[in-house]
Design a protein around this ligand. Sequence first.
Ligand code: NAD
Length: 393
Amino acid sequence: LDIPENPIVPIIHGDGIGTDVGPAAQKVLNAAAEATGREIAWMRVYAGESGRERYDENLPDDTVNAIDEFRVAIKGPLTTPVGAGFRSLNVALRQTLDFYANVRPTYYLDGVPSPMKAPEEMDMVTFRENTEDVYAGIEWEAGTDEVEQVREFVEDEMGFDETMHDGPIGIGIKPITEFGSKRLVRKAIDYAIEHDRDTVTLVHKGNIMKFTEGQFGDWGMEVAEEEYPDEEVFAAPDSLWETQDEVDIPEDAVMVEERLADAMLQWMQLRTDEFDVLAMPNLNGDYLSDAAGAQIGGLGIAPGANFGDARVLAEPVHGSAPKRAGQNMANPTAMILSGRLMFDYMGWDEAADLVRDAVEETISSGKVTYDLERQLDDAEKLGTEEYAEEIVA
Ligand code: NAD
């Protein structure tokens, strides 16, 4: 991205603990920028509760336009009110600006409690398709005309007869497009090339869902085969069924391979060090990235970002945790490391490294927020602000 020297960066602090972690993250990111000769001109923008207060709207146009125009932005969590009629604000933001890839790095920070035997081996980045799949929300409630129209067909296909079943059926549609699959896989491959990663793994369930998940794999492999030179990207044939140990991969090339989603959840834990960049349809990405995050410290730590074409919106994985809101308790690490991901996207490598090192040094010195403190022996519990100040120091 061609980023100005002192860019304007829109920031939404967010609802609930967003009011704690937003300002704390800003402080740390400012310090890292300053220490590396940069400066960020923050532009506070509003959504969720703060949007309703100032604009009487959940997602004001000013906010969407600012992110659209300035192209690099960061947000805290937004509460999705329970009940009918509320579309998730997060989904609305992602759709309006076509952030089609949800990106989550999962890497181990020294000192973080983890259930894994060798958590330090985990260093993956997941690319989850963000606009399609069963999450497109195309579904019909049992009893509606739409369901009744296809009911007979569905029952036939499933081999039902009336002795087994004449009750309600809900129906959903799983759209996976060539366009959506290919642009997601392209983003993942480009990322792998830029960051000197060895592999891109396409994770799908194509053995069962051939024309949706299977196509995702085929289209992804097509991108690898047709759009990059062999020395740069090597599409591993038959990687679903055979190990790739024997395959002759050109030196320095990124290998693109496929794995079945269920097996992948195992491999991720048993052979953690084999995986680098993962690309997958929406539902697989949701489950897999949460499971990966839990291995290296969970929600308080897990950063993320939404990538579009020439646009990024960084955001922590966690929600607004209303129970902890406004108490100077929440862990701002996820929001801070989301800022790091934003720096990385901007090409501010030095500032990005500094953020990671400072966070790691703070945690490994035993100075942590309540969520980690209760899992560690001999740790010192700090409030959100004090923890951020420690990172800055
Ligand atoms: P949550 O992530 O808010 O909380 C789950 C648990 O994790 C809670 O026990 C909470 O205390 C803990 N936790 C989360 N973040 C933490 C942090 N930074 N430090 C310490 N502890 C932390 O998930 P939820 O309770 O399912 O959702 C609450 C609200 O957030 C809902 O309205 C939901 O829609 C929204 N949400 C928003 C986003 C987003 O904005 N991207 C993501 C997920 C959930």
